[in-house]
Design a protein around this ligand. Structure first.
Ligand SMILES: [Zn+2]
Length: 186
């Protein structure tokens, strides 16, 4: 961030009075431009014990598999965002049944929130951001071809929980900053 989105003047970076972190501040109009994590909402859509997975048609990770998920829009709930993303990417309507995983990713300033959802009918297909969409048995999950660590985490918890039938929420932090010492799973 170099220029003020309010007045167009150059920004400097310093700690505002009463704050404790450096921010982008406009010396001309006084605007403080805060930067905060973004929320990605998604769904693990189920139909007769099979999982709906999408193969990505866009970067990043084009060609790899993911659960339908994407950035929340203003004015919607997390559940609505997960349903909307499922409709956009997999052309499938889901009824959200429970909150399932929340993964903090401090190295990219994101929080990924995934829900379990039942497909309301068997209709699905490839949306604009998907190359193909398939209903897969858990034994068919392409573990080496998954797009994101949070998706891998969510699918692994689902396969584990399927053995007991108890799908309680899971909360984790995947921190890949060099100083963090690898992956921390809570
Ligand atoms: Zn300004």
């Amino acid at each position: 961030m170099r220029y003020c989105s309010t007045c167009g003047q150059k920004l400097s970076r310093r700690i505002p009075p009463g704050d404790h972190l450096e921010r982008y501040i406009c010396d001309d109009c006084g605007a403080i431009h805060y930067q905060n994590p973004k929320i990605v909402a998604g769904c693990l859509p189920l139909w007769e014990n099979k999982i709906l997975l999408c193969r990505r048609a866009i970067e990043p990770r084009i060609g790899l598999w993911t659960l339908p998920a994407g950035f929340m829009e203003n004015g919607e709930s997390v559940e609505q965002a997960a349903q909307r993303e499922t409709l956009e990417e997999a052309l499938a309507r889901v009824e959200i049944t429970s909150f399932y995983t929340m993964v903090s990713l401090p190295h990219i300033n994101q929080v990924h929130i995934m829900f379990l959802g039942n497909m309301v009918d068997e209709n699905f297909g490839a949306g604009e951001e998907s190359l193909e969409v398939r209903l897969l048995d858990p034994s068919e999950i392409p573990w080496k071809g998954l797009a994101f660590a949070s998706i891998d985490y969510t699918l692994r918890r689902y396969v584990e929980d399927s053995r007991t039938g108890v799908f309680a929420p899971h909360i984790s932090c995947i921190d890949r900053r060099p100083t963090a010492g690898g992956i921390l799973v809570l």
